[in-house]
Design a protein around this ligand. Structure first.
Ligand SMILES: Cc1cc2nc3c(=O)[nH]c(=O)nc-3n(C[C@H](O)[C@H](O)[C@H](O)COP(=O)(O)OP(=O)(O)OC[C@H]3O[C@@H](n4cnc5c(N)ncnc54)[C@H](O)[C@@H]3O)c2cc1C
Ligand code: FES
Ligand code: FES
Length: 1297
């Protein structure tokens, strides 16, 4: 392609080179042009990391529209003529930060910082597209921006604090186009909505690119001409917003026809009785226009329902970019697509006009449209129009989805029912009842519609007739990644029922009418309470993270920002498409024939040992690539190396792998238990005599709970860059929580001596345990590839590969038997905890779960807990924030609820009765240690046997939360609410927690503190890995205090396997204790030497800088390395209490966490704002674990089907507790903690079980209404699907009285 095209980004024109193709995305263009502040995670519009702002001329009016877009979706070539603003166009450390960035810093809205530029740009887009905005606007703007770290609360607060005045100030001082100091050249005004765009030269109509031709017609006739000119059999696609690629990756095509420059397709026209939208009108604009007509044109009040419905479609970026016609064309091409637009348009009676290339137009109703062959006939959608609906039509729409927003509908629905309210609510004519999400052929419930004709909606038999008709005609299909067919059928009935209840209004009695409405989530809010002790400052100073400003401006460095090196190769993994089969052959030759593909690295290339785990507690092997048999779908088989990513992907797709002996995959613990347990099982933990305990019990309960896995969802996918050194070694940059293990693993696989492998990492964009050892799946393959090819090799996994190739948190089952006496005191607990290790037992946490269960906050004289693990045909599961401890705590709380139910006791009262007492010793997870620390495994004596609890805070904390959270009053209110509402239920839980924080006595970090002689500034690399948890900040606070220097004199530099050699894992929440201790000790030693010199030389009045210089000049070492020795870091108990309230929609299973009060024990917090961030972020991550995050497999192939943002649902900003009140326990110093503190990384996540406990209460109330009382098994996660089914709503109960 030779053309002089440019794209304007932040005021600068960037040339579009020949490497840009018809399928290139803006995000790639930004990174290729070193605009690296924009991050990417999903490349499918689902995470919001990549959001930028675009000012785009409207071809119809010539005016500009400014909005946010997901740069991972926008075709690069579409951006010619646009003005793009990226994070680099806002503030920076040299010219000053933008008010949005400043606010995010001030409110501690960053942790790993990966999502941050997207958050900033999202807000910037809002401020540039609206002159004023409300807090609600801000929350909604963030509907597509995922953050795994913060729990969103500080981000929401920060962004809500931004006012139009803040933005005006920046415009007075800074150019909105260039981001530089304002020179007045554009009158100091942002180009806001509606301003007329500069006259651009017409875009070239045709560009030939390496990936097909890119056509850019500007009139309909030109479009028709292009289509007419396509030879038969030519593959083509129309491109509007290009978002459809993220849902169905159809193609590739030879012709890409971009339609957004065609004025005729971009207009909106309004007549008295009709509103018409051109095909390229974005969904956002459809919503805006409908919002206007809903109130301005008579007969259009129903449009307000469509507005609310379609605001729930995708997310802001997708709605801004995607056009309605693209969505409808997708529905036509893929009838199973649960299009929200289609369902709403069908219900509203929309008419779509299409045209063939000869210009002949046809009007279609929505059902007719489904049978049109758009592509085959080269038919173009021109417009859709909506007409008036008479006043007595009731129009209602629903979208039921697995989380609050930004998710595919489980079922969507539209109801258009004309009702004569004066005549017993009789249905007039045939209603329209539409559902999406049922199966590929179902869109309209015609039998149900017929059943309602002329029927009174007050007539119970008419209602039952309609429900029966639904049951007979709705046949949801089974799709492995979708909600269950039973649930989807129930939803159709329940949504019809909801609609009828809404129509009947007050004529239905209140308990039943509670089904009429959908849940309303209030605007979120929060409070944070903590002590400060100024005399300890800067330790304990409430400060933002040190890196926060550069995170907000996108200046921060991650591994992917390392510039491309000469000769660098990009690697893409070839992964298996069988889960349990023999590999017969792998033939890379077709790949090697593809231009750009350089090599294929497979198992035969391993020059060392085929094993990524090195200093292991187990003999089990995790290979880099399998030798002969694949053990799970998605297992890496080799690495394709090419000069660019596109060629590497093409190479991967070309490789032929053949399999034999294909066996059905074992995917669940239940299936695995059909086989004998694998060797290497643990011995049971026995304490007391359970037989005697059961004999002394008057009540015995038995039960089970299953807790599914969790994907870590670190937003920086696994990444490694390996560079051969001049001496034959490797210089490796790897996002790893354990650099020394990564070093060992690469050395082991390549056969290099360990000292020749140098690994470094400055920070990670999130990790949560996924990068402890499983990062070495990538690191070893990349190291091997670089060693083989003698060229730099880089791999950054795409989200899909990351989710399928690398395992997540282990699923667990707990089967238990518990005895309790007449007084309600626990007598015996016997349990088996079984974890699913994946295909090899490498990172097991069943034993840790067992130890935690045994060492919980409840007292029982007799225990027998058996940890077991099983193997399945899934990726090796690994540690994930609080591994084992989370499960132990969840399971014991489930047990406590079970026994309380059996005894008919209040769950809190039962818990309080059985709490451990002051002065107790809690045994430590003896078996947990080897699993958390492989070095400890080699030295079992290093494992402490008990954690002493000198002061048991639990009772105090429960009593405090009972008052601050007004528990008794709210419980009474909830009881009344539940009595008065049949279809909405509330629940409130109080959950105490003891987190047995136990660190092996041998757990070294190597920290290095260097004072710079000439100015006294301090450089530290501390051996712990910063992943967003605020480790650097806490360490700097300790160093500044111990040295007596200002915080800003401290610089943290990248850890590496030399300066920080042999450091242990940053995991288990140990980082701040170990790194903080070591740096503190090193600082004390330096300080002591300097003080000694000052005394010796009589320099008592010398400043720090003068003292340091004198020390240097006198030969005093002003650097210090410190490695903690055995027993220098203490183990202790960490307490927490949470009180959580939920409201549940019994008919849909949707819920809102209305309020959560968290009281957490952090000792004297090292850094309260950082700790608040850990508490909130941990709780919300845990909320995802217990509710929305479900991992599913195809039972036949073994493929993990929850492998994208389209079907895996971590909490969004609109899922978090609406009212989140966090308190750090006051006046609770930890006498044996670092600077009297306690760690906060993992314990708060466990408190999220309180969400499940509250939901249990809400469900129990619903079941009681269904006539079922008593205990019920409640597995996790509590998806909307599962919750609704637990509520036992049978269609026969959908009555009117
Ligand atoms: C993250 C994400 C979340 C989403 N969530 C939802 C959701 O919750 N609910 C929902 O309903 N949808 C959802 N979608 C789908 C989204 O609405 C569509 O991707 C979007 O509307 C497609 O419009 P587009 O302009 O991007 O089309 P494109 O991607 O450009 O095109 C899509 C298809 O439409 C065809 N096409 C485009 N214009 C015409 C035309 N004028 N005539 C004929 N064919 C045409 C193209 O050839 C192509 O095959 C989501 C998408 C993403 C990426
Ligand atoms: S990378 Fe673009 S939305 Fe996720
Ligand atoms: S700070 Fe948001 S993803 Fe890490």
């Amino acid at each position: 392609m030779s053309n002089p095209l440019t794209i304007k980004i932040n005021g600068t024109e960037y040339a579009v080179g020949s490497d840009v193709t018809a399928t290139s995305r803006l995000a790639n263009f930004l990174s290729a042009n070193q605009l690296l502040g924009t991050t990417t995670t999903c490349y499918e519009g689902g995470c919001g990391a990549c959001v930028v702002m675009a000012t785009v001329p409207d071809p119809d009016t010539g005016s500009n529209r400014t909005f946010t877009v997901n740069s991972c979706l926008v075709p690069t070539l579409a951006c010619v003529g646009w003005e793009i603003t990226t994070i680099e166009g806002l503030g920076n450390m040299y010219d000053g930060y933008h008010p949005i960035e400043i606010a995010l810093v001030k409110y501690s809205g960053t942790q790993c910082g990966w999502c941050t530029p997207g958050m900033v740009m999202n807000m910037h887009g809002l401020t540039q597209s609206k002159s004023n905005w409300t807090p609600e606007d801000v929350e909604k703007q963030l509907d597509g921006s995922l953050c795994r770290c913060t729990g969103y609360r500080p981000i929401l607060e920060a962004l809500k604090s931004i006012t139009p005045q803040d933005i005006e100030v920046i415009h007075r001082t800074k150019c909105p186009s260039t981001g530089k100091a304002c020179k007045g050249c554009c009158s100091g005004k942002a180009k806001k909505e509606g301003a007329v765009s500069e006259k651009k030269a017409s875009p070239p109509r045709l560009l030939s690119t390496k990936a097909g031709n890119w056509h850019q017609p500007v009139t309909l006739q030109e479009l028709y001409d292009i289509l007419s000119g396509l030879a038969d059999g030519t593959t083509y696609t129309l491109v509007s917003g290009n978002t459809g690629q993220a849902v169905y990756s159809d193609g590739p095509y030879s012709e890409y026809i971009y339609t957004r420059n065609i004025g005729e397709l971009s207009n909106v026209t309004m007549a008295e009785d009709r509103v018409t939208f051109g095909a390229d009108v974005s969904i956002t604009r459809v919503i805006e226009e409908l919002n206007t007509v809903a109130t301005s044109l008579s007969g259009f009040s129903y449009a307000s329902q469509l507005v609310e419905f379609w605001k729930q479609l995708g997310n802001t970026g997708v709605r801004n970019l995607g056009a309605w016609a693209g969505n409808i064309a997708m529905k036509v091409a893929h009838p199973e697509f649960p299009s929200d637009l289609f369902t709403g348009m069908l219900a509203a009676g929309a008419v779509v006009t299409t045209a063939t290339p000869d210009g002949a137009t046809t009007d279609h109703n929505m059902e007719e449209l489904l049978s049109v062959d758009l592509v085959g006939e080269k038919r173009v959608i021109l417009s859709m129009s909506l007409g008036v609906l008479v006043d007595d039509v009731v129009f209602r729409t629903f979208k039921v989805m697995p989380r609050a927003i930004n998710a595919k509908a489980d079922v969507n629905a539209g109801f258009n029912i004309r009702v004569d309210t004066a005549n017993a609510y009789t249905v007039q004519g045939t209603p329209v009842i539409t559902f999406g999400g049922i199966n590929a052929s179902f869109v309209r419930a015609t039998a149900t519609e017929a059943a309602l004709v002329d029927k009174s909606l007050q007539d119970p038999t008419a209602l039952q007739g309609a429900l029966d008709a639904l049951a007979s005609e709705v046949a949801p299909d089974y799709q492995p990644a979708d909600a269950s067919p039973e649930y989807r059928l129930a939803l159709t009935q329940n949504l019809l029922y909801k609609t009828i209840l809404g129509i009947l209004g007050d004529s239905v009695s209140p308990p039943i009418s509670s089904g009429a409405t959908s849940l309303q989530r209030p605007l979120s809010s929060g409070t944070q309470t903590f002590d400060t002790i100024p005399e300890n400052y800067p330790v304990g100073l409430p400060m933002h993270k040190l890196e926060a400003p550069i995170q907000c401006s996108g200046e921060i460095d991650y591994i992917h920002k390392h510039p491309t090196l000469p000769g660098e190769l990009y690697g893409v993994f070839l992964t298996s498409t069988q889960a349990n089969a023999q590999i017969t052959s792998i033939d890379p030759s077709p790949a090697l024939a593809i231009p750009g593909v350089v090599d294929f690295v497979g198992v035969g290339d391993i020059t060392g040992v085929n094993k990524i785990n090195s200093l292991s507690w187990t003999d089990n092997v995790q290979p880099v690539f399998p030798e002969d048999r694949v053990s799970y779908y998605g297992q890496p088989l080799g690495l394709v190396l090419a000069t660019d990513r596109g060629s590497a992907i093409a190479g991967k797709n070309a490789i032929v792998v053949t399999y034999s002996d294909i066996q059905p995959p074992v995917l669940t613990i239940e299936q695995a238990l059909q086989n004998p347990l694998p060797p290497g099982q643990f011995t049971p933990i026995v304490d007391g005599d359970v037989a005697a305990g059961f004999a002394a019990s008057t009540t015995i309960v038995e039960g089970s709970i299953f807790r599914g896995g969790q994907y870590h969802f670190h937003m920086e996918n696994h990444v490694t860059l390996a560079i051969p050194t001049d001496e034959g070694g490797l210089d490796v940059k790897c996002s790893s929580q354990w650099l020394s293990e990564t070093q060992r693993a690469i050395a082991q696989v390549t056969g290099l001596k360990h000292g020749d492998v140098h690994v470094s990492c400055k920070r990670m964009g999130g990790a949560f345990g996924a990068k402890i050892d499983q990062c070495n799946m990538v690191a070893t393959a990349v190291g091997l590839a670089a060693h083989k090819t003698r060229r730099p090799v880089r791999v950054q996994l795409d989200l899909h590969t990351n989710m399928t190739m690398i395992g997540g948190r282990e699923p667990h089952v707990c089967n238990y038997k518990v005895g309790v006496d007449d007084a309600g005191l626990l007598q015996a607990i016997q349990a088996t905890i079984i974890s699913d290790s994946g295909y090899a037992a490498i990172d097991i946490s069943a034993s840790s779960a067992a130890e935690t269960l045994r060492n919980c906050c409840y007292s029982c004289p007799n225990w027998e807990i058996t940890p077991q693990f099983v193997l399945t045909n899934t990726a090796i599961t690994t540690w994930c924030r609080g591994p084992g401890v989370v499960e132990g705590i969840f399971f014991i709380e489930n047990i406590m609820d079970h026994v309380a139910t059996a005894l008919g006791m209040d769950p809190l009262e039962f818990r309080q009765k059985n709490l451990i007492q002051d002065g107790a010793n809690v045994g430590v997870a003896k078996q947990m240690m080897p699993l958390r620390s492989r070095l400890a495994a080699m030295n079992p004596q290093s494992i402490p046997s008990q954690v002493h609890i000198p002061r048991n805070l639990i009772n105090d904390m429960i009593n405090q939360i009972l008052v601050t959270a007004e528990v008794e009053t709210r419980k009474a209110e909830i009881a009344t609410f539940n009595q008065n509402n049949l279809w909405k239920k509330k629940g409130l839980s109080v959950m105490p927690q003891l987190y047995p924080y136990a660190i092996p006595s041998v757990y070294p970090f190597a920290s290095l503190v260097s004072v710079n002689a000439a100015d006294g500034s301090v450089t530290i690399s501390h051996g712990g890995m910063e992943s967003g948890q605020g480790l650097n900040t806490k360490v700097a606070q300790i160093a500044a205090k111990e040295l007596g220097v200002p915080l800003n004199s401290i610089t943290l530099v990248a850890n590496n396997s030399h300066a920080n050699a042999n450091s242990q894992v940053t995991g288990g929440s140990y980082g701040s204790d170990v790194a903080g201790y070591n740096v503190g000790e090193a600082c004390k030693m330096i300080k002591a030497r300097i003080e000694a010199l000052k005394k010796e030389k009589g320099l008592t009045k010398a400043t720090w800088g003068e003292s340091v210089l004198q020390a240097f000049l006198n030969g005093v070492d002003i650097s210090q390395r410190f490695v903690n020795g055995p027993d220098e870091i203490n183990s202790y108990a960490i307490f927490g209490v949470a009180c959580t309230e939920v409201e549940l929609d019994v008919l849909t299973g949707q819920f809102v966490v209305t309020r959560a009060d968290i009281l957490e024990d952090a000792g004297n917090s090292l850094s309260p704002l950082v700790d608040i961030g850990q508490i909130e972020g941990g709780f919300v991550m845990g909320q995802g674990l217990v509710t929305t995050e479900s991992i599913l497999y195809d039972p036949t192939t073994g493929e993990k089907v929850t492998n994208s943002t389209w079907n895996y649902n971590p909490p969004s900003a609109l899922d978090i507790p609406a009212d989140l009140r966090v308190t750090i326990m006051q006046n609770a110093p930890n006498p044996i903690g670092i600077q009297s503190s306690k760690v906060t990384g993992e314990p708060p996540l466990c408190l999220s079980y309180s969400v499940a406990m509250a939901l249990r209460q809400a469900v129990a109330s619903a079941r009681q209404d269904a006539g079922t009382t008593g205990w019920f098994q409640m597995d996790l996660p509590l998806t909307t699907d599962y919750l609704q089914r637990l509520c036992l709503v049978d269609a026969s109960r959908l009555t009117l009285s």
